[in-house]
Design a protein around this ligand. Structure first.
Ligand SMILES: C[S@@+](CC[C@H](N)C(=O)[O-])C[C@H]1O[C@@H](n2cnc3c(N)ncnc32)[C@H](O)[C@@H]1O
Length: 229
């Protein structure tokens, strides 16, 4: 009886693991879409060389549009990780001034920026610290690296495979870390994925763009215990 139970448990575990693999691998069609998106993003950025809106305060914009209050988030993370320098990732950072703003406000943070491509904007080319597609975050940084990951309008939103982008973001987050993403994944599906990825959604704010696209701005925490079934 015990043997049977153990066997069943192992089988269930393997099944769960193989399910998560599907969030790591791309199908042929998805790989094609991802490659297309990468080349389109690069072309778009090159064409934008002359484009304005320089020096806008992205932290303030994120604060207002997504309702992100960084002060309590950083305070909570400091309490959860005492004596640690918090590692923060601004994913799909683009021309955002968020890194500078966070460093100015909170001082003792390590902030890393990534983007699918290099910014070529006049007069201040903004290079990300690392060029990385959101889908390559684990490859670039390894799992469980950051205490806070922010992806507002970046890869989580733009990637043609948003669920896989979400999975990557969760994977690079440390257990008990906080994630903030803007994504087109519908609300109901987000709750299903939260169970699957073992995260707790704290808040979803649904926004509608001027073009009528719906985006869900999500704040979540990665659970440190085992998945609830
Ligand atoms: C509108 S900007 C967002 C900038 C900033 N995060 C903000 O909140 O204002 C979108 C950025 O996402 C980047 N991006 C698009 N697709 C991406 C992907 N798959 N992986 C990583 N970055 C991506 C673009 O290159 C661009 O810099």
């Amino acid at each position: 009886m015990h043997k049977k139970k153990r066997k069943m448990k192992i089988k269930q575990k393997q099944k769960r693991k193989s399910k998560d693999v599907s969030f790591q691998k791309l199908s042929v069609g998805e790989a094609k879409a991802v490659a297309e998106q990468e080349s389109r993003a690069k072309l778009f950025r090159t064409r934008l060389e002359w484009f304005g809106a320089i020096g806008r305060n992205i932290a303030a914009i994120q604060h207002c549009i997504h309702g992100i209050k960084f002060k309590p988030i950083i305070k909570e993370l400091r309490e959860r990780f005492p004596g640690t320098t918090l590692e923060v990732l601004d994913e799909g950072a683009g021309r955002s001034s968020l890194k500078n703003s966070l460093l100015w406000r909170f001082k003792d943070l390590n902030v890393t920026t990534t983007d699918i491509c290099e910014g070529k904007l006049w007069p201040m080319p903004k290079k990300p610290d690392k060029i990385a597609n959101v889908l390559d975050l684990v490859k670039s940084f390894g799992k469980n690296k950051f205490h806070l990951v922010i992806s507002t309008g970046g890869g989580a939103w733009r990637s043609p495979v948003p669920e896989k982008a979400f999975f990557q973001i969760v994977s690079v987050l440390q257990p008990k870390g906080t994630g903030i993403i803007a994504t087109a994944i519908p609300k109901e599906r987000l709750y299903q994925l939260a169970k699957r990825f073992n995260v707790t959604i704290q808040r979803i704010r649904t926004l509608e763009s001027r073009q009528g696209d719906v985006v869900n701005s999500v704040i979540f925490t990665k659970n440190s215990g085992r998945k609830k079934k």
